[in-house]
Structures are given as structure tokens and as C-alpha cells.
Design a protein around this ligand. Structure first.
Ligand code: SAM
Length: 573
């Protein structure tokens, strides 16, 4: 398999393993709503934050969406408010990379190594993200022309070519000042943890919204036999519920066939199509034809007219549209997605009417909803480690509201000013409700999240476990290092038996968990301590500061002893 080489590659290949484990610290005053909702926003560099989250979420995440810096030379705003590159800040122990530390990664002309730096930044993060995915999980990564091919090489290597799912081309702009090739799209690359484990056909969860609309449709047809009254009543209902109806939020009409919208699919794309006259039913004059003619022969239009599926304008000056009923909606996640990228900017401006430029180029929620609706449901966990303005969290709230599910999100944003004033504040506003740019009250979508930042590293400079580390934190860490899995919800919190994995019990003697059965506050494994440990009929792994029991007894009792903190540091993944 071809692989990509770049300056610094050797130094970063295993960097994610050397990143120290930090503890997470909740910031209650920035948390919102129900703390048990399972949503989390972490302020911090995602390299450290992802490492800190591994003991909680390794192998648990159904879908990751990331939108990293595109390396355009103008990815972020500096303190002066001017757009500049991103800053390389990883503490990689290599002379060539240390030189890059804290420097802005700028434009090509200034910096020929900018692609190497970008790859060095992305490699350890993608390696860590891989560890979070469930076997049936997928990752989507947004990127543009600048690093598209490098990203593809990285993902091929980390996820495996066999796990490529596809690439979505998002047509997001119209370039009216073309140079050579007018670039009007960007990419979203999709890879699976294990493509074999994906369902054969992805179905959109919007089918739940569809079901709901079909019921509403029946109800209005039953309750209002008269078409005019039915449409009036439905128009009112539609206005009140529009925000929760995506992708049906343009389905504003109803007739005997059910709820429908108008589609301009009569236009022939590109070259000249069919030409014929369709008389307007009221004026009798021929309706205006699409610029390149119709895409169907007259026979097809005659059939559609007979089925009452043609929508006419007030008069003949409007091109006809076709009725598209909710009942005919069948969603597919297509490799082509067209949506004006400015929608994202309008959304954020609507949420922050007091600010002229709350955040540059946020993704539209509609885009993220499209990805999540095909790949997540129920209480699936969704990660976004380059959270920016929090579009992914907003999309999860919207989607849950629309299809009544309980998806959870974990977002990471590095810049405190963004994490606190934009990401958290946007999520608060959309959860609780806000006044939009037109001064209208927008109802809350419900939901909440915990806000956390990175606490101290687990180990101090001399490699000892910090005095401030609590038993529960170390227990989670020990269990993860020992089993590679997050600690399941415990029935009994303060117990030295922290969990059982594949029949092996994991014990931790730390912080006098046995209420000081000395020596050394019960952190040393002795014959006396063994008698106080909760029983387990099978192999046991016991972590403690020392062991005063002979090999033979350990063997008889099926105990493997591991010394703290040494074994934790050596075995840390
Ligand atoms: C392109 S923006 C993401 C925009 C987001 N998708 C939205 O719709 O708002 C990238 C974000 O990642 C953040 N970021 C960059 N490097 C990061 C890192 N190492 N850890 C965490 N966040 C980072 C930046 O501060 C920026 O807010």
C-alpha cells in the first residue's frame, strides 16, 4: 500500500501514546440544563482532551465529524482579529518539530513546510479518534482542495483502504469571479472502523419525521374535507412546527394526496430539452418554459397533469413545478450535496444578533444533520474534536427533537474565548430558546451539556501519581489501561474491586480505599489486606504501591500484582 512521507513523520507516529493523561474538571457555572443528558463540551487542545476522554469513551462512539483547519493560510483569527494560519503547538520531542512550536502555520509562499506541519498535527489526532469508534462507527472529515489528497493518505493508513466508505462533494459556493477553475465545492471523506460491520443500506432517521408527517397528513385530510380550510389549518400548523421538520421544512402544502412541496425538477439540465406549451389553467396562456426546455416528453407531463401533480403559479409567467409528496420521500446519503455554505453563517448570526461576526464559516446544521441522520440513532454518541461554533451539538439537539431520540455529543474546542462565548453560549441559546435577529422568540430545542476543561496531568514531573488524584479518577484510568475499555457503570463506587473484564477482576489499592488497614494506609498488598478484598472466584489483577506476598501464594490465589505508578506509565496506551 502506498504511504505518505513528510518531515516529522517518524516523530509523530507514536506521539499519541506519549501524550500525558489529564483529568477532566467540570466547570458547573458554564454547564447548561440536565447534567445527566450525556452531552459534554471540553475546552482544551484536542490532543490532550482526546487522551483524557479515552478512559470514558474508547470504542463507544458511533459517529465522528471533524472540521479541522484546512491549512489555507487563513484558517483562524489572531488576537488582532486578522485572519491567519493555525498555530502548531504539539509538544513533540524532536528537534525539527520543536522549532515549529508556537509558530503560526502560514501561507505557502512563507512556509514550504506548512503541509508537513499539518500532517504532523493531524496524524496523532486521527490515531486517537480511531480508538474511540465502535466497530460499526464511522468518521466524516471535512476538507478542501489544499489538503484533500494528504488527508486521504492519512485516513487510508489509519483506518485502512478497505474501510473507505466514500467521499461527499459538497457544492457550497458559486464563484462569480472565476480564475482558472472555479472551485465551488469542498469534500467530506468518510471511513468506517470496520466496513464489514456497517449496515448494508443506510436509512435516514428522517424517516421518523416522515412517519410523523404522514400521520399529520391523514389527520388533516380527515378533519378538513374541504381543501381550502384544510390548507389554511395546515399552513398554521406548519408555521408553528417548521423548525422541527427538516428535511421536510419546505413541505408547506396539502391536498387529497397528502402533504407536499414544489420541485423545480421539470428543468432540463445543461443542454436543450423538450419544448411544448402547457396552458395555464386560469389564463389559458402557455406557461413560461424552463431556459433549456423541459426534461420530460409531453406524454409524461400529460400523465402528471392527469394525476394532479403539477403546480401552476398565479399566472403563466411562472414555470410549473411538480408536487413531491412526503409519502414518496426516500432518502439516500448521496456523494453530491448542494447547499449554500452561507446558510451556516446566517444561522449563527441569527443566534447571536448582537454580534457582527460571531464565527467565521460555521457549517450549516443541515449538512451535519444529513450525515448524522444516516449514521446515528437512539442514544448513540457523536464526537466533534474541532467543535468551533458548536454546529455539531446544535445539529444533535435538532435531530433529537425531530425524531425523538437521545443521541449524545462530545465536543472539544481549544480556544477558551470560542469555547465559552460561542460554543457553549450557542448551545445554551438553542437549548433554552433565544431572541433571533428579527426579534422573534425562537423556542428552545431542550437538552443540556456539561462544560469541562483539562485538569492536572495524572502524573507529576517525577512520574508519581499526583496527590490530588481521587480514587475514582485513578480507578477509571487503571481499568482502562488494564482492559483497553472504559470502566462500566459501577454498582458499588468506593470498592477496591473496580471492575471485572472477561472474567478477570481488577483491584486498586490507593488512597486508603480499605479505610487504612496499614501498612502504608492499605496501599500495599499484604496477607492481611487480601482477606479484606471483595472475593472473586477467578484471576485477579491488583494494582498497589508494593507487594509483600510471595510468588507461590500469588500463584495459588491467581493474583497478578502490578506496581503503582510504574506499571501504569509503562502500560499506558
Ligand atoms: C474550522 S473550525 C470548525 C467549525 C465548526 N465545524 C463549526 O461549524 O462551527 C475549527 C475549529 O477547531 C478549533 N481547533 C483548532 N485546533 C484545535 C485543537 N488542536 N484542539 C481543539 N480545537 C482546535 C479552532 O479553534 C476552530 O474553532
Amino acid at each position: 500500500m502506498p504511504t505518505l512521507n513528510w518531515i516529522g513523520r517518524k516523530a509523530v507516529e507514536n506521539h499519541h501514546k506519549q501524550v500525558p493523561f489529564h483529568l477532566l474538571k467540570e466547570v458547573p457555572e458554564l454547564s447548561v440544563g440536565d447534567p445527566g443528558s450525556g452531552n459534554l463540551l471540553v475546552e482544551g487542545d484536542n490532543l490532550l482532551a482526546l487522551k483524557a476522554l479515552l478512559p470514558y469513551y474508547a470504542g463507544q462512539v458511533k459517529c465522528i465529524y471533524i472540521d479541522p483547519p484546512y491549512n489555507t493560510g487563513a484558517d483562524e483569527r489572531g488576537v488582532d482579529g486578522k485572519r491567519a494560519g493555525w498555530i502548531y503547538n504539539d509538544n513533540v520531542n524532536s528537534p525539527e518539530i520543536r522549532e515549529w512550536l508556537n509558530k503560526v502555520v502560514g501561507e505557502e509562499a512563507e512556509d514550504l513546510t506548512r503541509h508537513d506541519k499539518w500532517l504532523c498535527m493531524m496524524y496523532p489526532r486521527l490515531s486517537l479518534l480511531w480508538r474511540f469508534l465502535r466497530n460499526d462507527g464511522v468518521i466524516f472529515v471535512s476538507i478542501d482542495e489544499v489538503e484533500h489528497s494528504s488527508l486521504r493518505f492519512l485516513l487510508d493508513e489509519i483506518f485502512g483502504i478497505a474501510n473507505r466508505v466514500g467521499t461527499i462533494i459538497w457544492k457550497n459556493v458559486t464563484d462569480n469571479n472565476p480564475t482558472n477553475i472555479a472551485i465551488e465545492h469542498e469534500y467530506i471523506l468518510c471511513y468506517a472502523k470496520n466496513k464489514q460491520r456497517l449496515s448494508k443500506e443506510w436509512k435516514s432517521q428522517h424517516l421518523a419525521v416522515k412517519e410523523n408527517l404522514l400521520e399529520i397528513s391523514d389527520k388533516f385530510i380527515r378533519d378538513y374535507p374541504e381543501q381550502e380550510k384544510r390548507q389554511t389549518a395546515y399552513t398554521k400548523w406548519f408555521r408553528d412546527n417548521k423548525d422541527y421538520l427538516w428535511p421536510f421544512d419546505r413541505y408547506k402544502f396539502i391536498d387529497d394526496g397528502g402533504i407536499y412541496t414544489g420541485s423545480q425538477s421539470v428543468h432540463n439540465p445543461g443542454k436543450e430539452g423538450y419544448r411544448y406549451d402547457i396552458p395555464h389553467p386560469r389564463t389559458g396562456k402557455p406557461c413560461m418554459q424552463p431556459m433549456m426546455g423541459y426534461r420530460f416528453p409531453q406524454r409524461t407531463i400529460d400523465e402528471l397533469l392527469a394525476q394532479n401533480r403539477v403546480i401552476f403559479g398565479e399566472d403563466e409567467t411562472k414555470i410549473i413545478e411538480l408536487k413531491v409528496y412526503v409519502k414518496d420521500y426516500r432518502a439516500k446519503l448521496s456523494s453530491l450535496f448542494e447547499l449554500d455554505g452561507r446558510v451556516g453563517t446566517n444561522e449563527i448570526k441569527d443566534i447571536f444578533p448582537e454580534s457582527k461576526r460571531p464565527f467565521d464559516f460555521p457549517k450549516p446544521t443541515e449538512l451535519i444533520e444529513e450525515l448524522l441522520s444516516f449514521t446515528t440513532t437512539a442514544d448513540d454518541i457523536i464526537f466533534d474534536s474541532f467543535a468551533g461554533s458548536g454546529t455539531t451539538g446544535h445539529s444533535v439537539f435538532k435531530l433529537n427533537k425531530a425524531d425523538n431520540q437521545r443521541r449524545r455529543f462530545v465536543l472539544i474546542e481549544m480556544k477558551p474565548s470560542i469555547a465559552r462565548e460561542i460554543t457553549a453560549e450557542r448551545l445554551r441559546r438553542v437549548a433554552e430558546g433565544y431572541k433571533n435577529a428579527k426579534g422573534e422568540n425562537v423556542a428552545g430545542l431542550d437538552g443540556g451539556f456539561r462544560f469541562a476543561n483539562l485538569g492536572e496531568p495524572l502524573f507529576d514531573e517525577r512520574g508519581n501519581i499526583r496527590k490530588t488524584v481521587r480514587f475514582a479518577d485513578l480507578a477509571r484510568h487503571v481499568y482502562f489501561v488494564e482492559t483497553g475499555e472504559p470502566l462500566p457503570k459501577q454498582e458499588k463506587a468506593n470498592s477496591p474491586l473496580i471492575g471485572i473484564c472477561n472474567g478477570v477482576a481488577v483491584y486498586l489499592l490507593y488512597n486508603g480505599i480499605l479505610k487504612d488497614k496499614t501498612p502504608d494506609g492499605g496501599n500495599v498488598l499484604t496477607t492481611n489486606i487480601i482477606t479484606h478484598l471483595p472475593a472473586h472466584d477467578g484471576p485477579k489483577v491488583i494494582y498497589g504501591t508494593a507487594c509483600r506476598i510471595g510468588h507461590e501464594r500469588l500463584r495459588r490465589e491467581k493474583i497478578i500484582f502490578k506496581q503503582l505508578p510504574y506499571k501504569l506509565r509503562v502500560d499506558a496506551l
